[in-house]
Design a protein around this ligand. Structure first.
Ligand code: SF4
Length: 343
């Protein structure tokens, strides 16, 4: 995994608890600047990529709301962090911000306290559903990549310990990185890691600064051995000439590398590409090769997102066919890897 080594740290005074101070001390060479609000940064000169690799923000999350999800999890927990060191060309976390460096929220205990309060308001026992048969599932990595956040502080380790001991809740997150430190966190089956996978040659174009697909595949058995539930996240699925052949190759590789015990518990989720007009404009300048794969208006239709942004996704009828093709291939090559949901 490439190391995140910020040279500029912005912080709000209320972020400097013990955890926040430790992070500040971990980067003695970085310049530091106090700011009033974590989501109002001073004007930054550098471009999207540079800001993500050079800047870290420390803040205290004040809005501690758990949101309904219903797909990858029952709920989305308040964010441990927002923003990412990676710069994937389709990333939805980056869509609505001019610049999006990692903002680490240092009040982890308050965030987990909000999850605890929330889960005790839910009916118990839980009605089993595709996210889990017994526990309420909380996605802790919807606005960042948890594997990177774990290199910055003990917040992820604290969260894994919280869920390990919780009688009603479990954690889940998708990742495009392999952080071996997580192997020491002892989740005891109460954290589900979902490795994101796509054909390697496409990943090389659209996944910026992430770990390779081969590295993610190679980590699967180790994470299971270390006590994680391990699923895979086929996202985003991108349509191009030969896409299904590439997925066949990926499925065959998955079939080869995953140990039978891991196969017995592994499930998947499949999300076809949705792209964003603002990202499209930025990619034309920063990553035009990736954009050729992502922006194919003759196959796509516009959709206004619930946040008001203009997105495009594959045309309805075309997508129905793509979903059928994907499901058929999964049944043929990796029938053991049940699809929890596909859209
Ligand atoms: S790794 Fe995930 S959060 Fe980070 S840029 Fe890529 S898609 Fe976004």
């Amino acid at each position: 995994m490439r190391t995140f080594d910020p040279n500029t740290i912005f912080y709000t005074p209320d972020a400097l608890n013990e955890r926040g101070l430790k992070v500040l001390l971990a980067y003695p060479e970085a310049s530091r600047e106090e700011i009033a609000q974590h989501n109002r940064l001073p004007e930054l000169e550098a471009n999207h990529y540079k800001v993500k690799s050079d800047v870290l923000v420390l803040g205290r999350l004040k809005t501690l709301t758990c949101r309904e999800s219903g797909r990858s999890s029952d709920f989305v927990s308040p964010s441990l962090a927002n923003g990412c060191f990676g710069a994937c060309a389709y990333c939805y976390v980056d869509r609505n911000k001019r610049v999006n460096p990692i903002t680490l929220f240092t009040n982890t205990e308050e965030i987990l306290g909000a999850v605890d309060k929330h889960v005790y308001k839910q009916v118990w026992p839980k009605m089993p559903n595709q996210t889990h048969g017994l526990y309420y599932t909380y996605d802790i990595g919807c606005n960042s990549d948890i594997s990177i956040d774990a290199t910055l502080s003990d917040s992820v380790q604290t969260a894994v310990a919280f869920f390990r001991n919780h009688p009603r809740a479990m954690a889940t997150f998708a990742t495009k990185f392999v952080n071996p430190d997580l192997l020491t966190y002892d989740p005891q089956g109460k954290t589900r890691i979902r490795f994101s996978l796509m054909p390697a040659r496409v990943s090389k174009l659209v996944d910026v600064r992430t770990d390779s697909i081969e590295a993610r595949l190679a980590a699967i058995n180790d994470f299971y051995q270390a006590g994680y539930e391990v699923h895979v996240n086929f996202a985003p699925v991108i349509l191009y000439e030969g896409w299904l052949d590439d997925y066949r190759e990926l499925f065959e590789r998955l079939n080869e590398v995953v140990h039978p015990d891991v196969k017995a518990q592994m499930q998947s989720e499949v999300i076809f590409l949705t792209h964003h007009y603002g990202m499209h404009q930025m990619n034309l300048e920063l990553n035009p090769k990736a954009e050729q794969l992502l922006w194919t208006p003759d196959q796509q239709e516009y959709k206004r997102s619930q946040w008001g942004g203009l997105n495009i996704r594959y045309q309805h009828q075309l997508k129905a066919q793509l979903i059928e093709d994907f499901k058929q291939l999964q049944q043929e090559v990796i029938p053991w890897c049940t699809i929890r949901y596909i859209f």
